[in-house]
Design a protein around this ligand. Structure first.
Ligand SMILES: Nc1ncnc2c1ncn2[C@@H]1O[C@H](COP(=O)(O)OP(=O)(O)O)[C@@H](O)[C@H]1O
Ligand SMILES: [Mg+2]
Length: 503
């Protein structure tokens, strides 16, 4: 199904409105017809009953008068009485013979002994019947009363009964029609309310279908339509959250892809430089420089330097990828942090002394433990101290310190602070990225690969810790990393065997 265009919603709402109104109208019409049918039957019966009783009373009045008059009564008198009563008077004897009639000559009339009202009256009751008159052909209501040994009958055309009933029906219909107006008005109001709400829900569903997930149906209410609206709102919210999540993931993926591309370009560039150098000097040597005593040793040592550089680069890359691919197997254990640090410091001290740099240590309280891989900690510290020595002029000072932390609790911070050249503020956020260097040429000159700090960061994180740096240009830098005091359950290969060494 296609998406309903916006302008169609007004038509849609109007259509729902009309349908609701039409349905209610139909129900009302059926109800009125049924009521009319039942009521008119009831009214007719009632009317005939009353009319019968009324005609009986009139006939009795006529009987009283006739008894005082000569018998048989005069035709003209009977005719006048009949006219006054709006009916026809007939006097019949016990045998059914007509003695007198207000509208016809008695001798022209048939014997009435078979008429049901006459039979009933002869039995002493009030007789009544409705049927077509044999002489006039139109339906009549006949009422007969016993009068000594005779029967007096009064007949009125049923048309009069009908017109009476119709009058009542007309009044009833008029009353219903008046009642109809508020009913229709009320229905219109309800229909408008329902159609407007339905219209809103349909419009919202259309918006969802078009992909606008940020909208909601305001104040949906608690009835069935409200529940439907609320469910749609929930659907909208879920869709919005999913879309936002996908967008975030997309951005993240794009970022990762950029980093990956940059990395590939960086690696090939870093490899190409020493390779080109090796190739160039080898060719020079082969082209004759090999026999040039002034340069051949120098060229060879350049070749060796570049080969060493290549070896360092590939070793660092291997380390990084091992940590990232989680193929690096850590041997976790509890260590005294001071012992770990002193071991590394001892191995690096000669390098520092060569540059007349003081290497100081501010230990943590005795027996402070850390849970880590000793080789990884050694690698981190070596990288940081190696940098500190490289970027600190002769006569400087490097201070390594271990401090148990309160925040985050159960962590020990190990810092390496130097009195070196410092790092510009703007470079600090990217310092731990792979191949990021403040001064590329200087780093190369000093034999750096630009991967040291990236390795530091990855190793520290792999052991559950963190890294950071603060620096002031020309005054020095302070690098730190943290290690957990307890087993964080980071490695399946955790060696729980204690390897504590006395500090
Ligand atoms: N202690 C320090 N003082 C000043 N700059 C530093 C220090 N340590 C690191 N840096 C800067 O951070 C860069 C990245 O360091 P690193 O990843 O170890 O690479 P590399 O040492 O191979 O150059 C260095 O090139 C240098 O610019
Ligand atoms: Mg380094």
């Amino acid at each position: 199904m296609g998406v309903v265009p916006l302008e169609a919603f007004a038509i849609l709402t109007a259509r729902i409105f009309l349908k609701l109104i039409f349905a209610v109208f139909c129900i009302l019409v059926v109800a009125v017809l049924a009521a009319d049918y039942i009521a008119s039957r009831f009214v007719e019966e009632n009317y005939i009953q009353n009319m019968t009783a009324d005609l009986g009373d009139k006939a009795r009045m006529v009987a009283i008068t006739l008894r005082r008059l000569p018998d048989p009564p005069q035709q003209e008198l009977l005719t006048e009485m009949g006219k006054a009563l709006g009916g026809r008077l007939t006097l019949v004897d016990r045998t059914g013979r007509v003695i007198a009639d207000s509208e016809a000559k008695p001798e022209s009339m048939a014997n009435h002994s078979d008429r049901p009202e006459i039979i009933q009256a002869l039995q002493g009751q009030l007789g009544s019947a409705i049927r077509s008159s044999s002489t006039l052909g139109t339906p009549f209501l006949y009422v007969a009363i016993p009068m000594e040994d005779r029967v007096l009958r009064l007949a009125v055309p049923v048309a009069r009964v009908r017109s009476g009933v119709d009058g009542v029906r007309r009044q009833m219909l008029a009353a219903v029609a008046i009642g109809f107006i508020p009913a229709i008005l009320l229905t219109a109001l309800i229909a408008r309310y329902v159609s407007a709400r339905l219209g809103k829900i349909i419009e919202y569903a259309g918006k969802l279908a078009e992909g606008h997930f940020d909208r909601r149906i305001p104040s949906p209410g608690d009835d069935e339509l409200g529940i439907l609206a609320r469910k749609l709102n929930e659907t909208g919210e879920k869709l919005q959250r999913t879309v936002e999540q996908l967008q975030r993931e997309h951005v993240e993926l794009e970022k990762l892809e950029r980093i990956r591309k940059d990395f590939v370009i960086n690696v090939s560039h870093e490899l190409r430089t020493p390779l080109a150098s090796i190739q160039g000097y080898t060719e020079t040597l082969l082209d004759g420089a090999l026999h040039d005593p002034q340069n051949n040793v120098r060229f060879l040592s350049i070749i060796r330097q570049n080969a060493e550089r290549l070896a360092r680069l590939t070793a660092d890359l291997m380390t990084l990828s091992r940590i990232e691919l989680k193929t690096q197997k850590f041997q976790f254990a509890a260590y005294y942090v001071n012992s770990l640090i002193t071991e590394t410091l001892d191995s690096l001290r000669p390098m520092a002394e060569k540059k007349q740099i003081r290497l100081e240590f501010q230990p943590a309280p005795a027996h402070t433990e850390v849970f880590c891989d000793s080789e990884a900690v050694h690698q981190i510290l070596s990288n940081l101290i190696d940098n500190a020595i490289k970027y600190t002029p002769e006569g400087g000072r490097i201070t390594v310190a271990a401090t148990p932390l309160n925040h985050p609790k159960d962590f020990v911070e190990i810092s390496v602070a130097d009195t070196g050249i410092g790092i510009p503020e703007e470079d600090l956020p990217r310092l731990f990225e792979r191949f990021y260097r403040v001064d590329k040429a200087r780093s190369r000159e000093l034999g750096g690969t630009g991967l040291g700090l990236a390795i530091v960061k990855h190793l520290a994180k792999a052991m559950g810790g963190d890294v950071g740096v603060s620096s002031q240009l020309q005054h020095g830098s302070r690098f730190w990393f943290t290690l957990p005091v307890q087993d964080l359950g980071l490695s399946e290969h955790t060696s729980v065997q204690a390897q504590l060494t006395v500090s």
